[in-house]
Design a protein around this ligand. Structure first.
Ligand SMILES: *[C@@H]1O[C@H](CO)[C@@H](O)[C@H](O)[C@H]1NC(C)=O
Ligand SMILES: *[C@@H]1O[C@H](CO)[C@@H](O)[C@H](O)[C@H]1NC(C)=O
Ligand SMILES: *[C@@H]1O[C@H](CO)[C@@H](O)[C@H](O)[C@H]1NC(C)=O
Ligand SMILES: *[C@@H]1O[C@H](CO)[C@@H](O)[C@H](O)[C@H]1NC(C)=O
Ligand SMILES: *[C@@H]1O[C@H](CO)[C@@H](O)[C@H](O)[C@H]1NC(C)=O
Length: 268
């Protein structure tokens, strides 16, 4: 009986140590949901292990969209560039200063539009693995819009160098939207957007404003006077017209009276 009890206790303690072992091996890689970077800048994609764990002996693989070729690989204690995507050649660096504390962010230098999208950070050790995803959002703020009048009744606006795709809004003196008669969005050789738009001149506005914005709250605006400012008719104008009008009327009536008088005279 005592022997049976003893065996059960041994079995239990073995299970317990296995459970504790598996617990200690478990970790999770954590990154950020998304990171925003300006075109041409250097970006840091965060990566850390929780609970804190030494990552020196682990395989750390950043990839997008496929496992291989990869964006960056750290394996057997060093960086391995043999199957790196050519797009990232000489532009990545895994910061290892705090790798023993499980912190190993990736730097991507001189970010391009093609770099945008999801990145996966896959971490593997002898007994466990984990993966995190981060969305890199690359933005480019384009040139200030240029407004031109090509024909008498049409105004054009154009702006280049945007990413992601921008939208354009025309507004008149009072801030009312003006609907475009034509709009085009093109992509240049660097995958940046070029937007152009045209409107028919609003009959009552002297100034027109063209605002180009991207989805990330970045915008550029230009205004231009499209015709001489028309002073609206005021009460004062009306008053001064009356002041001129009445004496004129009196003079005209007097003249008419004279003419009439002169014409009638021979008949008398
Ligand atoms: C990367 O850098 C090395 C040396 O610094 C250079 O020889 C190589 O041409 C560079 N590759 C690219 C794609 O820029
Ligand atoms: C490493 O950690 C220290 C202290 O938290 C911090 O000051 C330093 O910037 C970190 N280095 C990197 C490359 O993240
Ligand atoms: C950044 O990349 C662009 C092309 O994508 C290149 O023309 C430019 O020289 C690069 N700048 C640096 C500092 O490497
Ligand atoms: C954009 O900026 C305006 C003010 O500058 C702010 O009120 C608004 O919440 C911002 N929108 C986004 C999506 O960030
Ligand atoms: C119209 O534009 C001119 C110069 O561009 C500016 O001085 C003026 O204040 C604008 N007027 C209105 C009503 O926006």
């Amino acid at each position: 009986m005592a022997c049976k009890m003893h065996k059960t206790m041994i079995a239990f303690s073995i299970l317990w140590s296995l459970y504790k072992g598996s617990l200690s091996a478990k970790y999770k890689v954590v990154s950020a949901p998304s990171v925003v970077a300006a075109l041409g800048s250097d970006v840091l994609l965060p990566a850390l292990l929780t609970p804190e764990k030494n990552g020196e002996k682990m395989e750390i693989r950043w990839f997008k969209p496929m496992y291989q070729p990869y964006v960056h690989l750290y394996i057997n204690g060093k960086d391995d560039y043999t199957a790196q995507m050519p797009q990232f050649a000489n532009r990545t660096e895994l910061l290892k200063e705090n790798i023993t504390r499980g912190i190993f962010p990736l730097i991507i230098r001189n970010v391009t539009v093609l770099d945008s999208g999801n990145y996966y950070c896959y971490v593997e050790s002898t007994d466990h693995h984990s993966m995190a995803t981060v969305d890199l959002i690359v933005i480019a703020v384009g040139s200030p819009p240029v407004i031109s009048t090509i024909t008498d009744d049409t105004v054009f606006c154009e702006s280049r160098g945007w990413y992601p795709e921008p939208y354009l809004i025309w507004t008149d003196n009072e801030g009312n939207k003006v609907m475009p008669s034509m709009e085009k969005v093109l992509k240049d050789e660097k995958s940046l957007y070029h937007i152009l738009s045209a409107i028919y001149m609003p009959p009552t506005s002297s100034n027109i404003t063209c605002t180009v914005s991207s989805s990330l709250n970045q915008s550029k605006q230009s205004s231009r006077q499209i015709r001489e400012t028309r002073h609206p008719v005021t009460c004062r104008d009306l008053y001064s017209r009356y002041i001129v009008f009445w004496p004129c009327l009196v003079v005209i009536l007097m003249l008419l009276g004279c003419i009439c008088f002169l014409l009638k005279r021979p008949g008398c």
